[in-house]
Design a protein around this ligand. Structure first.
Ligand SMILES: NC(=O)c1ccc[n+]([C@@H]2O[C@H](COP(=O)([O-])OP(=O)(O)OC[C@H]3O[C@@H](n4cnc5c(N)ncnc54)[C@H](OP(=O)(O)O)[C@@H]3O)[C@@H](O)[C@H]2O)c1
Length: 339
């Protein structure tokens, strides 16, 4: 990679919904974007990148020093290539603990940096979560949650991920949770147990029982799910209902979203962090942009970090919250008065 690659980013999955929004967001922020996708296009900024054919990546990688992947790829093709060749890759889906271990074993002297635990979920779980854990080491319970709107932008892969969270098991516990305006007190569905609760949260909140909640909106969507949940029929939710209507919407919705993390001890709230903004996917773009800028100094020079790291191993919430605010994602901290 030469100097001309310094402000150039390859977005893999650029033909998908999140990839399209990432492309727009990075361009608006002044980056030179190379779009990678698996369906051929003639556009000058496009490169055919099919992660099931690793050789298609090589040319595009040589042009950039940053890769953002919006593709959930269990083969870890792009991650492996960046670790071997150099540069930095931000994976919006994260890299699981098992995947990190496998990559570390395989590439013992990495030349590049792969950063996982990004996206809004990563900010709230690992950056806000770390800050909370540092302040409240005596916590015994963590609650992590997100709002899910049927009006939000999402592509096929994003909706399938949601289906996997909501449709298993057939019945979820529910709880009423007080969220900041405009949400207020809402009945939320407890998600899991699943891969997220069993692996990711166990890493983020060691020693705590973790509850993972989704607050569904608007009212009709929430009522439908709560109804199906009460008669234990969630596992009958057809995948097709989640994958119908593909394509990038012309107008990107700006529904309010909230992600939160709360620590408790003996049921008492010790502290909470909330992330709020408008448009869940836009918020993910904002987080990715802010991470890209904040991580850059750590990815080159004599002290460059290499290997597979979580974003929390490099940055703290304080390092990114001003940048997030500039992009319309607000962080708020609530610490109840001592009793
Ligand atoms: N962490 C977060 O905060 C966050 C937020 C939003 C979304 N996400 C995740 O981001 C991902 C994308 O979501 P989305 O809603 O944008 O889905 P999407 O619209 O279905 O986009 C996925 C894209 O990946 C492409 N793709 C799939 N396999 C590929 C391969 N082998 N090589 C190259 N490209 C490949 C697809 O190509 P085709 O177009 O040819 O099918 C599609 O363009 C999902 O995994 C979702 O869970 C994470």
């Amino acid at each position: 990679m030469d100097d001309s690659a310094a402000n150039r980013v390859l977005i893999i999955g650029a033909q998908g919904v999140l990839g399209t929004l990432l492309t727009r967001g990075f361009r608006e922020a002044g980056w030179d974007v190379v779009r990678g996708g698996r369906r051929p296009e003639r556009a000058a900024d496009f490169r055919l990148v099919d992660l099931s054919q690793p050789e298609t990546l090589a040319r595009a990688l040589a042009e950039v020093d940053l890769v953002v992947s919006a593709v959930r790829d269990t083969r870890l093709t792009a991650e492996r290539s960046v670790l071997s060749q150099g540069g930095m890759l931000i994976n919006v889906n994260g890299v699981s603990a098992a995947e990190r271990t496998a990559l570390r074993r395989e590439i013992v002297a990495p030349r590049g940096l792969v950063v996982g635990r990004t996206g809004l979920g990563g900010v709230v779980t690992f950056l806000a979560g770390r800050e909370l854990i540092d302040q409240h080491a005596d916590a015994d319970t963590a609650e992590v949650g997100l709002t899910v709107s049927s009006r939000a932008a999402s592509g096929r892969e994003g909706r399938l991920f949601l289906h996997s969270l909501l449709a298993r098991p057939s019945h979820h516990a529910t709880a009423r949770i007080a969220l900041p305006p405009p949400f207020g007190r809402q009945r939320c569905i407890e998600l899991g147990p699943n891969e997220v609760t069993e692996t990711i949260f166990a890493e983020a909140f060691p020693g705590c029982a973790v509850h993972y909640y989704a607050c569904l909106s608007p009212t009709i969507f929430r009522a439908t799910f709560l109804g199906l949940n009460s008669v234990r029929l969630l596992s009958k939710l057809p995948r097709a209902a989640f994958t119908a209507g593909r394509g990038v919407p012309k107008r990107i919705p700006r529904e309010p979203f909230c992600y939160w993390a709360t620590l408790r001890r003996d049921g008492r709230v010790l502290g909470s962090r909330f992330l709020q903004g408008e448009g869940n996917y836009q918020g993910t773009v904002a987080a990715t942009l802010v991470f890209a800028e904040a991580l850059r100094p750590h990815a080159s020079g004599p002290d460059a970090r290499r290997g597979v790291l979580g974003v929390d191993e490099i940055l703290a919430l304080r390092d990114v919250e001003a940048g997030l605010a500039e992009h319309g994602v607000a962080v708020s901290r609530i610490t109840p008065a001592p009793r």
